[in-house]
Every structure is written in C-alpha cells, then in structure tokens.
Design a protein around this ligand. Structure first.
Ligand SMILES: C[S@@+](CC[C@H](N)C(=O)[O-])C[C@H]1O[C@@H](n2cnc3c(N)ncnc32)[C@H](O)[C@@H]1O
Length: 263
C-alpha cells in the first residue's frame, strides 16, 4: 500500500473525537440503516466495512452478522477501531486499503463503504477488489452524500468546486449500481457540537456560511446508497435490484450490464 493509495480524510484523521460526535449526530433517526436493511439482509452474513475509520459502524453490523472485518489504512484509526471492538469476538480490524483488501477471494456476502474512498471516477481499483472478495450473489453498498441536495450539498460543492454530484452518480450507474436516496437528519445536542462538526467538514469560509444558515440544532442531509449485486453464477444474469429475479441469459450469448459481461 502506498500513501498515494490512501485518500486524506482530515476530518477523522485530525479530529477523531469531533468525528465521533458527528457520527452520533448523523442519521439520528436511523434512516440510513433502515434503507440499508431494506435492500440487504446481513443476518448470519460475512461483512466487510471498507474504510471503516475508527470502526463506528462495526458493532451495528456485528449485531446480526456472522463475522465482520473492518479495513482501514490510517494506523491511528486502526488502533481506535480495534479498541472499540475488543469485546466483539466476531469482529476484526485489518490495516489495508480498498485497492488491496486483506481478505481472500469470495469470502464476504456484503461489502460496505461509507463516505470512504469510493467517490466516483478513480475508484475502479477498489470496485474490482470488492468484486473479487464478494461471493456470488453478494452485495456491494457504497454510501455517499448527495451533493445535489441543499443545504448540505451546496456547502459540499462550495468546498470542492470540482465535485460534480451528477457525474458521480452517472459513474456508479455505468458500473452497474442502482441508486437509492435517503433523507436523514443530523441532530446535535448543542450549538457548540454542531459548529465543531461543520468546521471539521468545510474550509473556514464555507463553514461560517453553513453555521450562519443553520438556525436550529438539526441539518437535513440526503445520502445515496449505490447498490450492486454480484452475479450468482457464471451464465446467470445478475440481479439488478434486490428481489428482482431475472431469467438466465441465453446460453452462448454475451450480454453486458455495467461492468459485468455475461456469457
Ligand atoms: C470520512 S472517513 C469515514 C470512516 C467511516 N466509514 C465512517 O463512516 O465513520 C473516510 C475513511 O476512509 C479511509 N480511506 C482513505 N483512503 C482509503 C483507501 N484507499 N481505502 C480504504 N479506506 C480509505 C480514511 O482513512 C478514513 O478513515
């Protein structure tokens, strides 16, 4: 793993304690988890969380999964994540990155990545790795912020002017992902917490604007769930959406869907 393979994440790298408050405030009503559970059942499954940070989401997966592996490239976060899950025997945290996952081929049923590495064009090596480690019929779910939805999306685009939400969405669609939008509420305990979080997410000018535009202790934030299911068997068409059974491809005919080429 080279440093170039790792995307700097100043928010959680530099301010892990504030990021912990952020993770607690995010999705205060559990809408992202509910949307994820509506698409994918990880009960008894083997799960990988790619770019797990300090492991905030690992215990939630562990409540239902058979095993959970968190993969994280930033060494101090690996230490924090291991500390978080030390009482959970079914959970391991491995140092590694999305482009070179430290687990065998066909070894997980669900690959999950939340606001980590998979931000559109350029993440193809990680997509290929997720494909390698997924069992046939397994699901890959990438969760990111919907930059097209105000107010948060406007702040996001102001902070990263080259970021194009529609282009990112088109990229994942072309890779065979379906997209679900999830409206959430970030809910903070007090004003100080809200302002601290906005200051670690955005450069000073954008943070000041976000703070000025937020009168209450809540911020509506829309997420996207990009979901792709690995084909069950060679010769069988992949599921386009969870629950949609699609008949076998005709033998001898090649068809393509996103990155899959089916024979
Ligand atoms: C914004 S944090 C999100 C952490 C966690 N998913 C969460 O929701 O709390 C992004 C994480 O991606 C990690 N990351 C950066 N480059 C990566 C890569 N190439 N492969 C996997 N993770 C990466 C960072 O170190 C950081 O922990």
């Amino acid at each position: 793993m080279t440093d170039r393979a790792v995307l700097a994440s100043p928010n959680i790298w530099n301010w892990p304690d504030i990021y912990e408050r952020e993770n607690e405030a995010i999705d205060a009503d559990g809408a992202v988890w509910a949307a994820l559970a509506a698409q994918v059942d990880w009960c008894g499954a083997d799960v990988i969380d790619i770019g797990c940070g300090d492991g905030f989401h690992l215990p939630q997966f562990a409540r239902r999964a058979r095993s959970v592996v968190g993969v994280e490239p930033h060494p101090p976060l690996v230490v924090r994540a291991r500390r978080r899950v030390c009482d959970l025997p079914a959970v391991q945290v491995r140092a590694g990155c999305a482009q070179q996952l430290p687990i065998p081929d066909c070894s997980v049923d669900l690959a999950h990545a939340r606001i980590a590495y998979f931000f559109g064009p350029g993440c193809e090596p990680g997509l290929a790795e997720a494909h390698r480690v997924l069992r046939p019929g397994g699901n890959f779910v990438i969760i990111d912020l919907d930059g097209s939805q105000p107010p948060y999306g406007q702040w996001l685009c102001a902070a990263a002017p080259r970021y194009r939400p529609a282009a990112v969405e088109a990229f994942f669609a072309a890779q065979g992902f379906d997209c679900r939008r999830v409206d959430t509420v970030w809910r903070f305990r007090d004003r100080r917490e809200l302002e601290d979080v906005l200051r670690i997410e955005f450069p000073p000018k954008v943070a000041a604007r976000a703070i000025a535009q937020t009168a209450s202790l809540t911020i509506p934030v829309r997420y996207r769930l990009h979901i792709r299911r690995a084909p069950f068997l060679r010769g069988m068409q992949p599921y386009r959406r969870c629950g949609d059974l699609i008949p076998r491809a005709d033998p001898g005919r090649e068809r393509s869907l996103g990155q899959w080429t089916l024979r």
